[in-house]
Design a protein. Structure first.
Lengths: 108, 897
């Protein structure tokens, strides 16, 4: 995949997966988003995005252990793949580059 | 957390049902987690609201609906495993398997037989090209066919009509007239004219126009001309076309073409063609086809002039040109009829067109086969077949759900080991399929045997086996698939839905299984159908008994009747009578023009009025019989007043009349009627010398007729011999042989035939007798299937409740208590089904009985007896099975605890 395309929400959630590192799943991501990004995003939307990210190969998932607070159900834990990390880095680099250009032109 | 703080369940089940398997768990987990935190922060109602909102949110997402290509188990690779498992579990529960297979075999075999019979009936004359455009001309006295009386609907067409219709109308492609003959005497002469063999053709002889084969081509039935010119063979008078088997019968080993046959001792006919045998499923069952020109020759001028006279064996078929409606053609025929006949004839007689397709199914009109079957009857038989399949399937469902409790552990373990619901369903369906398939194969063999042995009962003539018949195989396949689906769906759903943990713990109690109430419903349904049939059968058989045993007004026992051929010859009669009377086994001998009753006898009717009769309305139609002095005694016909008639009355003016005719002519009491003078419409006067009691000259299905008896030896056609019953009379065969000797001495050139009078009477009820037999057969089958099912159910219940029974006994229950416990429920179910069945049976039987002038009255015990019978049989099944458990020593059951 030469061309990386990530939507805004996709990028945000991918960042959260990276942040939460192996503890990322639907509810925890939703909480982080509310706490750190002040975004209140519905759980179904988060699932949809995670699903899409997994399809694109940015994250991988495995079923975690059951816990009582979930009524004995297991959660699907997501972790970022190398490809995902690479994509984030590339996006960040692109932004940094452009921001650098912006500051340069504003400075002059 | 509060106890009722649970998320809305419907969202959960919605997600479970719709979500991809791999997501359902995590989605519900996340939803639940959110719900819990919402509960803490915002309270129960908000939490529930948000739960619904969040849950529904998933439905709007596309990933939720996307199904990943499954990389795991391809169902087809599992197939061999399914079959292996099916075999093992069927072997593990042998008893159940046998009961299941047996029930299904009986059901499927009957359904196959019924399918074959229905197909056979529906196939009648459907094979002719353009069958939709072929019609039979029929005759009605009322134009509205709705006037549904048989006497209004006749088949005979006056001889001049077809020719006139052909000549004076357009719109016909072909028209063919034919006249059918029964009991035709055929002699085969050798080259020098000596008769070498004699035959009597009871049926199959017809005089027919050559155009017959243009209308009826018997396409696809293997019909063909073996010899002769199809266009020319039936042109000339005195030519005859034979079917292959008749040609072989008359000229064994030789060539029939060009040979001579002597018909009815007068007409020498030349064989001009040989055709392949016509198929059995035609109502034109001809074997000897004589040219119609022979009939024209014999009737001469009357052929063209007699527009009024009709013979009901003279039929006319037409093939309409495309685009002509039958109604239009009927109008054209009516115009032809009107132009040739006087007003009272054309107003009182209407020629209509009956589609060939209805020939076999319209019971108002007769056909040459003498057998029609109404579409309602076909529907009823179809329903019986479907019901049979249904009860067999119900059996399977009942047993399988009952058995499922025993298999709960197996199912639980399968689930633990990773079976999905789908694979379990497939597994269970495979089992059902195997059972049904085994049953289907056995059923095919049994159906074949049944068809071969019951051909006459089922009115079916089969050509060879139909194991390989594609229709049979296809219907078997269809039946197997439908029964598999129907019988398999419920048990497999119930079983695959087990919660593995509960199942493994074996916490199922018998009653808790979901199928229990359904099972009750099914048992009731099954026994309702059974009871309907059993009650119906009982009533039909009772009616048949009534027919056979009712007093018809004469004595029918131990009478042998023989027809007298040729011209009546009083001298011959006297010789024969003396010879017969000299035999030890003969009690009485009577000569007569016909017999008192019976299917096979002469019937002649004319009309008579009082002495002062003037208009045609004053005359009454009666049946005419010519008898000799011993007739009244021999048949024990009751003389109410006056005297019998003897040979001194042979001038014919002294007559006996029956009570009904006396009443009809308002002659007062029998005593008053004696001595009255009557007048025939042609002027002859009679004096009543005696009045006899009414007797049924027709079947008991109809009422008694008006009757007038005279003595006219010139009209005698039958001799009746009353056999002396008692010790030392020799065997029946001996008696018949002696009578044959005497008869043949009188008529050396004829073929001897005789009949027992009571058999002739019984022949009235052939069709009803067949229905009764079929009913008995079917109710037996239903009862058998029902009891098999009960047996399976009770076996299961008894096995499950062994411990309970032991405990009860320890605590003081008696054997009868235990038996009562087991049978109470089934008694309730069967009584309930009886209550449902009785009104249906009552309605059906009542409408059937209303066809008959004389029938039994429906009394309560006629329903109660068969109901009790079914209940008793069912109880016997239940008790015989539960007896062993009830009698078992409780120690044996309990010591393992």
């Amino acid at each position: 995949m030469s061309r990386i395309y990530l939507g805004e929400l996709e990028e945000l959630i991918l960042l959260m997966v990276a942040l939460l590192n192996k503890e990322a799943y639907g509810v925890s991501i939703a909480e982080e988003l509310r706490k750190n990004a002040s975004r209140d995003i519905s759980i179904s939307a988060i699932h949809a995005v995670l699903h899409r990210l997994e399809e694109k190969g940015f994250v991988k998932s495995k079923m975690g252990g059951a816990s009582a607070e979930r009524g004995g159900r297991r959660k699907r834990l997501f972790s970022i793949t190398a490809h995902g990390r690479h994509a984030l880095e590339e996006l960040r680099d692109t932004r940094d580059l452009i921001w650098g250009l912006i500051t340069k032109t504003q400075a002059t | 957390m509060k106890k009722n703080a649970t998320p809305p369940g419907w969202i959960d089940s919605l997600i479970d049902r719709l979500a991809p398997d791999e997501f359902a768990e995590e989605i519900r987990g996340d939803l639940y987690e959110l719900f819990c935190s919402d509960l803490d922060q915002k309270g129960i109602s908000a939490a529930r609201r948000r739960y619904v909102f969040n849950g529904l949110g998933f439905l709007a997402k596309s990933f939720f609906w996307k199904r990943q290509p499954r990389h795991h188990t391809n169902p087809f690779t599992m197939l061999s495993s399914y079959f292996k498992m099916a075999r093992r579990s069927l072997m593990a529960y042998k008893g159940n398997t046998v009961i299941n297979v047996l029930g299904l075999v009986v059901g499927i075999a009957s359904a196959l037989v019924i399918a074959t019979v229905i197909r056979y009936e529906l196939s009648f004359d459907s094979f002719h090209s353009d069958a939709d455009r072929i019609y039979r001309m029929v005759r009605c006295s009322l134009p509205e066919l709705a006037a549904n009386k048989r006497s209004n609907c006749r088949t005979g067409i006056s001889y001049p009509v077809p020719d006139a219709v052909k000549a004076e109308t357009t719109g016909l492609v072909e028209i063919v007239s034919m006249q059918y003959f029964e009991d035709v005497f055929v002699e085969v002469p050798d080259k020098s004219g000596n008769i070498v063999s004699r035959f009597r053709e009871e049926r199959g002889c017809v005089m027919v126009e050559p155009s017959f084969f243009k209308i009826f081509d018997f396409k696809g039935t293997g019909f063909r001309w073996i010899a002769g010119n199809p266009d020319k063979a039936l042109e000339e008078p005195l030519s005859v076309v034979l079917t292959r088997s008749l040609a072989e019968k008359y000229f064994p080993g030789g060539n029939a073409m060009g040979m001579i046959l002597k018909m009815e001792r007068e007409a020498d006919c030349k064989v001009t063609g040989i055709i392949e045998d016509l198929p059995p499923n035609t109502d034109l069952p001809f074997t000897v086809l004589v040219s119609y020109a022979t009939l024209r020759m014999g009737r001469g001028d009357r052929m063209n002039n007699d527009w009024g006279g009709v013979n009901d064996e003279h039929h006319t078929y037409v093939k309409l040109a495309p685009g002509i409606t039958p109604r239009e053609m009927e109008k054209r025929i009516a115009r032809v009829h009107q132009s040739h006949t006087p007003k009272d004839l054309y107003e009182g007689r209407h020629y209509l067109l009956q589609p060939l397709r209805d020939l076999h199914f319209d019971t108002r009109f007769n056909n040459y086969n003498g057998r029609t079957i109404s579409r309602e009857t076909i529907l009823a038989i179809t329903l019986v077949g479907l019901f049979l399949l249904l009860t067999a399937a119900i059996n399977y469902i009942n047993l399988a759900t009952a058995q499922s409790v025993m298999r709960a552990k197996e199912i639980g373990l399968r689930k633990v080991m990773g079976s999905t619901r789908k694979t379990l369903v497939l597994q269970l369906f495979t089992e059902t399929f195997v059972v049904v398939l085994i049953a289907g194969v056995i059923a095919l063999v049994i159906a074949e045997l049944m068809l071969i042995n019951f051909q006459s009962l089922l009115n079916v003539t089969l050509r060879g086996f139909n194991f390989t018949d594609p229709f049979t195989l296809l219907s078997l396949l269809a039946i197997v698939l439908v029964v598999t689906l129907f019988a398999g769906i419920y048990p497999s759903m119930v079983m695959s839905g087990f919660n593995p943990v509960v199942a493994m713990k074996n916490r199922f109690a018998t009653e808790k299984i979901g199928g229990f109430s359904l099972r009750k419903v099914l048992v009731v349904a099954q026994f309702t159908i059974t009871q309907m049939l059993v009650v119906g059968t009982f009533l039909v058989v009772a009616q048949m008994r009534y027919f056979q045993n009712a007093d018809m007004g004469f004595d029918k026992e131990a009478v042998v009747t023989m027809p007298l051929p040729g011209k009546a010859d009083p001298h011959k009669f006297q010789v024969m009578e003396d010879q017969l009377r000299s035999q030890a086994f003969v009690a009485d001998v009577a000569f007569s023009s016909t017999l008192p009753s019976g299917v096979r006898r002469n019937r002649s009717a004319t009309d008579v009025g009082r002495e002062d009769a003037t208009t045609s309305k004053d005359y009454v139609v009666y049946e005419y019989q010519s008898i000799d002095p011993s007739y009244i005694d021999l048949y024990k016909i009751r003389l109410l007043a006056g005297r019998g008639i003897g040979l001194q009355d042979s001038a014919g003016e002294n007559v006996l009349i029956n009570k009904k005719l006396a009443q009809r002519l308002r002659l007062g009491t029998p005593e008053e009627a004696v001595g009255e003078v009557l007048k025939a419409s042609w002027g002859k006067q009679f004096t009543v010398v005696g009045v006899i009691d009414d007797f049924y000259s027709n079947s008991m299905k109809e009422g008694a007729d008006n009757m007038l008896l005279v003595t006219d030896p010139g009209k005698f056609d039958y001799v009746s011999v009353k056999l002396a019953i008692g010790e030392g009379q020799g065997s029946m065969q001996e008696a018949v042989k002696q009578m044959e000797k005497i008869w043949t001495a009188a008529y050396p050139e004829h073929i001897f035939s005789y009949e027992f009078f009571d058999e002739n009477i019984r022949a009235f009820y052939v069709q009803e007798e067949k229905y009764a037999q079929l009913f008995q057969l079917f109710s037996l089958i239903f009862l058998l299937i029902g009891c098999l099912g009960l047996y399976g159910l009770i076996t299961f219940v008894v096995n499950r409740k062994g411990k309970e029974v032991a405990l009860r006994k320890v605590l003081g229950a008696t054997v009868s208590n235990i038996l009562l416990m087991f049978s109470r429920e089934y008694v309730q179910l069967i009584v309930l089904s009886f209550l449902i069945a009785v009104p249906v049976a009552y309605y059906a039987v009542n409408s059937w009985l209303s066809n008959f002038a004389n029938h039994i009255t429906l009394q309560w015990w006629l329903f109660a007896v068969p109901g009790l019978l079914v209940l008793t049989i069912a109880l016997l099944v239940v008790i015989s099975k539960s007896m062993r458990t009830a009698n078992a020593n409780p120690v044996d059951k309990l010591k393992y605890e």
